[in-house]
Design a protein around this ligand. Structure first.
Ligand code: GLN
Length: 197
């Protein structure tokens, strides 16, 4: 299996490390031709407006959108989730212009949704699809999911806030599984990419 990790900006190295530990061929994607023949794509966290701008500059946006529509498994973490969403609240600037994001997944997300004190925090999450053991949720100026219009909710905070979802082969988390040493979220994505989930 070959998994590309969008390497425009943000935490892509950590995703690649996780995938290597799981024994998968994983590499950074910056150019259009690097999308050829991949079995899945990860869009990492970072700054969604910056990632969006670089994706447009490298002509990646429309090609990734096309591949996603054709069924390519895509996993978006944090800023990556914002770029996959069909609707964004909480200040979009660049990302609300047509053609600047992927608009593949039927969810509404809110950028920078956690107040100042809790801008970054860690909490143990119950994620039933990953098993009984809780998963370490690392949130960094994170968005939240206001609504999942179609698909499945995979995780919530204790107060009910939705923080992970899946729609077919598209997977998103508001938090950063790549910054933990728990491989289960990446493993779950690889199962999707391999056609098992
Ligand atoms: N706050 C960032 C944004 O809106 C996302 C933060 C992250 O990816 N860790 O793009």
């Amino acid at each position: 299996m070959r998994i590309g990790v969008l390497a425009a900006q943000g935490a892509f190295v950590e995703h690649i490390d996780h995938l290597h530990h799981l024994g998968v061929e994983a590499f950074p994607v910056r150019l259009l031709q690097e999308l050829k023949g991949i079995d899945g794509l990860i869009i990492p966290g970072g700054e969604s407006t910056t990632i969006s701008r670089l994706m447009v500059e490298y002509s990646l946006t429309s090609e990734i959108k096309k591949l996603g529509e054709q069924g390519l498994p895509i996993f978006g973490t944090c800023a990556g989730m914002i770029l996959l969403a069909s609707e964004i609240t909480g200040g979009n600037n660049l990302t609300d212009k047509p053609g600047t994001r992927l608009d593949l997944m039927d969810i509404r997300v809110k950028r920078n949704a956690f107040g100042r004190q809790r801008e970054s925090f860690e909490t143990e999450l119950t994620i039933p699809v990953l098993g009984k053991k809780t998963f370490p949720g690392i949130f960094i100026r994170a968005p939240l999911i206001e609504q999942v219009k179609s698909g499945e909710i995979l995780a919530r905070l204790d107060n009910g806030t939705i923080v992970a979802a899946q729609q077919g082969r598209l997977l998103v988390s508001a938090f950063h599984p790549e910054l933990t040493d728990d491989p289960r979220f990446h493993h779950y994505f690889l199962d999707i990419a391999g056609g098992h989930n």
